[in-house]
Design a protein. Sequence first.
Length: 289
Amino acid sequence: MEDSEVAAAIWKIIDSSVVGGSPVILEAPGGTSLRELLAEVGRWAGRPRNLAADGFTDPSLTERTGLPLVEPFGDELLEMRGWAYKAHWIGCGSVGTSHRERVVVVIAQREDPAVAGFPEGASWAEKLRILTGWEPVPQPAVDWPAVEADLGTPLPRDYKEIVDLFGPGGFDDYVDLLVPGALGMDLVVWAKSDGDATDLWEPHAGYPAPGGLLRWGASEQELDFVWQTRTADPDDWPILVGDFGDWERFDCGLGEFLFRMLTDVQYGFPTSHLHAHFFQRHDLRSVEG
């Protein structure tokens, strides 16, 4: 069984939703490379978090941050990397005894991180982080003054907080963020190309026209996710979501919109019916970024 076959077995378990109260543990075939397996799973699950290394398990782990992936192995655990993926935890690691070392996969049920509530005063970006189980990873800092100078406008504070916290990627396989410097998903590049298409945003104008539309997200659902830049204060820009100019307006910031898009059935998005939510990171940084 090759790494891709192990990854396919993981996906089959997740897709069948057979994971219940007890974690499912798979032992990879002898000769399986943990590094290659991590890379294979990471192709669709994103970048993993480090739960254990060199026989040392992170003592700060909780149910929210991956504890179910390390508990089954006790002192035998040597390495473990984990992902929060939809309603599951996925872990790939190695365990060892005096006789041998082996590569293992563990899949556990992931409870809704929002059940325990949110810290008092948490921003919408922080609520999104808790909701998705996302743990920030090191990433190049965005030069926001340079980006805003290039666009000719300041950007909403919650958008910048979300980008700084999450980086390039998407929520629930439904909407992807446009992020400055992300190859193919660069906010500035899209803004300039959208502005050249005069009929793109009918009946509205595209940015930088006064009150124009500035795209912040993309989706395979053929929906446009934009701000309407109708006020001087970007924190007051409403969100418009539409299909071929049929717009629905949301008078809130981006952070609140994303949170409610994922959780509020009254917003009408299919993501609100999911058991758990996730952010999938895309490593799409350009050379310049």
